[in-house]
Design a protein around this ligand. Structure first.
Ligand code: ARG
Length: 417
């Protein structure tokens, strides 16, 4: 009998990946199931047992929460990354870690390749495939859902025929993904971008109308761009994010409705719940506002946009992402201090910030007494600053296409004493 090839499958316990185990078995593969805990609060032991029942030859559960925050989320927070100015990238940041762990287990198991349950229409397939290529080009990647041509009903029938119990989650009209950095929801009625998301879409965040009618203050302490304390107490990363998700969610903060551009050229409508991500990105930005020089801050904005795009596009493990990180890390040396946020019925507002190395200087900024700014220096500076425009006006005449005559009303009244 020929040796059966072995694949390590990213196993969520859902319908797709359960059917995938059996489908791969039928095509001559032994399947090792790998379930990774990124903070989604599932019964992982039950999922592990389920993998074996469905037909896996071995099943692993790995707690990835600490590396997820330390190695993927924190660098992205320091970068200030929001995809298309809206999406904090929860799913996009989880995939490269899951793929890296698949590779590690594949090596340990002597497997020929890895497998995942992504469809051929999304970004996640790209993230898995490209990460595997970057870390272990010798491994093959098998994506059953991309190959089998079954729809949801076919899968349910396949599961029934093969004695695979159908998980209760198939009842949900939505397709979701979640980890510590956020929850992604798509499909169902959300596919119509004219429809307001119904209330049952949300699980982490309260409806702002029903949130407490009292503001809640949160103080976040940062050390070189990383959050290390909550309300003055040093707090480990996982607990800090969990607590911000809880307090933000309870106050209705962190809902995002994004019409986004997928890498593969499809526009899709996605809802996100990401209270901790929204609060931390906001607080981190507030601290950068007071500690970075103007030109570093402006340049870093461009880096952030580019960072978000390549991470979204599955290029976490790439020379460019590493190079951008080197820049970002260098900018964070003075981004230490405290930020105070006020949460109230769906909004979060920065109401205080301070930093030992802050570049904000009261004695320069003040309009009050104790002013140390030499106002007489301003006139000379502005004369030189405006020299280019003055020269252009003198040499080339009219600089603006605006018709200045139209600015004044025709019936302008001139009063005299
Ligand atoms: N559109 C997001 C991304 O590409 C999230 C996809 C998550 N999947 C889901 N079934 N909601 O990162």
């Amino acid at each position: 009998m020929p040796e059966r090839e072995k694949l390590v499958l990213a196993y969520s316990g859902g319908l797709d990946t359960s059917v995938a185990i059996r489908w791969l078995n039928e095509r001559g593969y032994d399947v090792v199931a790998l379930t990774i805990d990124l903070g989604e609060k599932k019964d992982l032991e039950a999922i592990q047992r389920r993998a074996l029942r469905v037909g896996a030859v071995a099943a692993y559960v790995v707690d990835g929460k600490v590396p997820f925050l330390r190695d993927f989320v924190w660098p992205s927070l320091q970068a200030g990354a929001l995809y298309e100015k809206e999406y904090p990238l929860a799913t996009a940041l989880g995939r490269p870690l899951i793929a890296a762990l698949l590779v590690q287990i594949a090596r340990r198991e002597g497997a020929e390749g890895v497998a995942h349950g992504c469809t051929g229409k999304g970004n996640d397939q790209v993230r898995f495939d490209v990460t595997t290529a970057a870390l272990a080009p010798e491994l093959k990647v098998v994506a059953p859902v991309r190959e089998w041509g079954m729809n949801r009903d076919d899968e349910i029938e396949y599961a029934r025929e093969h004695g695979i119990e159908v998980p209760a989650t198939v009842e949900s009209p939505y397709s979701t993904d979640e980890n510590l950095w956020g929850r992604s929801i798509e499909a169902g009625i959300l596919e119509d971008p004219w429809q307001e998301p119904p209330g049952d879409v949300y699980e982490w965040t309260a409806d702002p109308r029903r949130a407490p009618d009292e503001p809640v203050y949160v103080e976040i302490g940062f050390e070189e761009g990383l959050p290390v304390a909550l309300d003055g107490k040093p707090t480990p990363a996982v607990e800090l994010v969990e607590r911000l998700n809880a307090v933000g969610g309870a106050n209705g903060v962190g809902r995002i409705d994004h019409l986004e551009n997928r890498l593969i050229g499809i526009k899709s409508r996605e809802i996100y719940e990401a209270p901790a991500a929204v609060l931390l990105l906001q607080a981190h930005q507030a601290l950068e506002d007071i500690t970075l020089t103007k030109d570093v801050a402006r340049f870093k904005d461009m880096v952030a946009a580019h960072w978000a795009q390549i991470v979204y596009d599955g290029l976490w493990f790439s020379p460019l992402r590493e190079a951008l990180h080197a820049f970002v890390a260098h900018t964070q040396r003075h981004v230490s201090g405290q930020v105070r946020l006020k949460l109230y019925r769906g909004s979060s507002t920065v109401v205080g910030r301070k930093a030992p190395d802050q570049l904000y200087r009261m004695e320069l900024a003040t309009y009050g007494r104790g002013d140390q700014f030499d106002q007489s220096a301003a006139a000379g500076f502005i004369k030189l600053f405006g020299m280019g425009v003055r020269t252009a006006a003198e040499v080339q005449g009219k600089l603006s296409s605006l018709d200045l005559d139209k600015l004044l009303p025709g019936d302008l009244k001139r009063l005299t004493p």
